[in-house]
Design a protein around this ligand. Structure first.
Ligand SMILES: [Zn+2]
Length: 96
């Protein structure tokens, strides 16, 4: 009777050696860091920054069009705005 099955510790070692750490360079900040295989950025902050940057680049036309539309709408109706005087300064009836 031989041991034909692989020991769990053997598997764990295999996995560990498979996803060992590499020296990588972050494409966002250019910093060298040690990361597992498949990791791209040195930190979550850089990953977020890269993601938001990509989003901006992809939706630049959309964002510009929206800004232009808002600008025209503001110009079209200059009478009604959010800067109206509210009832914050109540009546001075509580004064003696
Ligand atoms: Zn980075």
């Amino acid at each position: 009777m031989g041991e034909v099955y692989t020991l769990p510790s053997e598997i764990a070692r295999l996995i560990r050696s498979y996803r060992r750490r590499h020296k990588l360079v972050c494409p966002v900040c250019g910093q060298e860091f040690e990361g597992e295989t498949g990791r791209k950025y040195c930190s979550r902050r850089c990953a977020n920054r890269a993601a938001s940057r990509g989003y901006r680049q992809r939706n630049l036309e959309k964002i510009r069009a929206r800004q232009r539309e808002r600008y025209h709408r503001l110009k079209a109706s200059p009478t009604t705005g959010p800067g109206q005087a509210g009832p914050e300064n109540g009546p001075p009836s509580d004064r003696p």
